[in-house]
Structure formats: structure tokens, C-alpha cells
Write a protein that binds this ligand. Structure first.
Ligand SMILES: [Zn+2]
Length: 142
């Protein structure tokens, strides 16, 4: 039975109702993360941040992106070539605004994070375009 408990801890989905998220988050965090909004370009805390560390989900704390994979896309949003682990995020088709984009979501709490595009730099060719407001940088010590 111990093995079963370990397994359930690894699959620790965070599920809360709308009111609980509204209590936990700022209005802007709620609008972007829980209602699939987008912050205005060049307004977020991290679009030109170069500090080393791990970017975590502002809703649930899951590690999402590493500063090592961050690059300056010039778009005004933090951009990464890949998530820090394949299990941390998932993608789904977003057909809003009359186009099809690939939405990026937190695998743990289903927060909307941003979109991924195929025009990124090497080595992945991907550009994960993420809202600063969805992230919280855990700065590397030292
Ligand atoms: Zn999350």
C-alpha cells in the first residue's frame, strides 16, 4: 500500500472552484490564469528579467520554466524554448480570436499560461510565450 501512496502524491492535481481562486489570486492573475486572458506586452515583471532561477506557477507553485531556457524574443512577454520538464505543462488547441493557437497550461492546476509557437530559436525551435503574471520566479541562491 505504501507504493500506492507515493503514486497518488506524484499525481497531486490542484482543483479549486472559481471563488477559491479569486480569493487566492490578484484580479489580474485571476483574469489571465483562470479566464485565459493576456497581459499587455512589456508590462509584466519578467519579460526582460535575466535573473537565474526557476519560474513557478503563481497558482500552485509547480516548477514550469528555467531561466536557462529563457531568451529575449522582443515580444514583451517572457519567452522560453522549452518547459523545465515535459510533465509540468500541457498544450491544447485554442480556437479563439479566429485563429488556431496552441495554448500552454499548468499540468497541476490547469492554469492558462500563454501559447507556444514554432518560430523559436535552437535547439527546440519552439517559443513558449508566457504571461509574467502567471509566473513567480524562485531566484537561484548564490
Ligand atoms: Zn499551476
Amino acid at each position: 500500500m505504501e507504493g500506492f501512496e507515493v503514486e497518488s502524491k506524484m499525481n497531486d492535481k490542484v482543483i479549486k472552484d472559481k471563488a477559491a481562486w479569486q480569493t487566492q489570486l490578484t484580479p489580474e492573475q485571476f483574469r489571465v490564469c483562470r479566464e485565459k486572458g493576456t497581459e499587455p506586452a512589456f508590462t509584466g515583471a519578467y519579460h526582460d528579467c535575466k535573473a537565474p532561477g526557476t519560474y513557478r506557477c503563481v497558482c500552485c507553485g509547480q516548477a514550469l520554466f528555467s531561466s536557462e531556457d529563457k531568451f529575449d524574443s522582443g515580444t514583451g512577454w517572457p519567452s522560453f524554448t522549452r518547459p523545465c520538464s515535459a510533465e509540468g505543462v500541457y498544450t491544447g488547441a485554442d480556437r479563439s480570436l479566429g485563429m488556431v493557437r496552441m495554448e500552454v497550461l499548468c499540468a497541476r492546476c490547469d492554469a492558462h499560461l500563454g501559447h507556444v509557437f514554432d518560430d523559436g530559436p535552437a535547439p527546440t525551435g519552439k517559443r513558449y510565450c508566457i504571461n509574467s503574471v502567471c509566473l513567480e520566479l524562485e531566484r537561484a541562491s548564490g
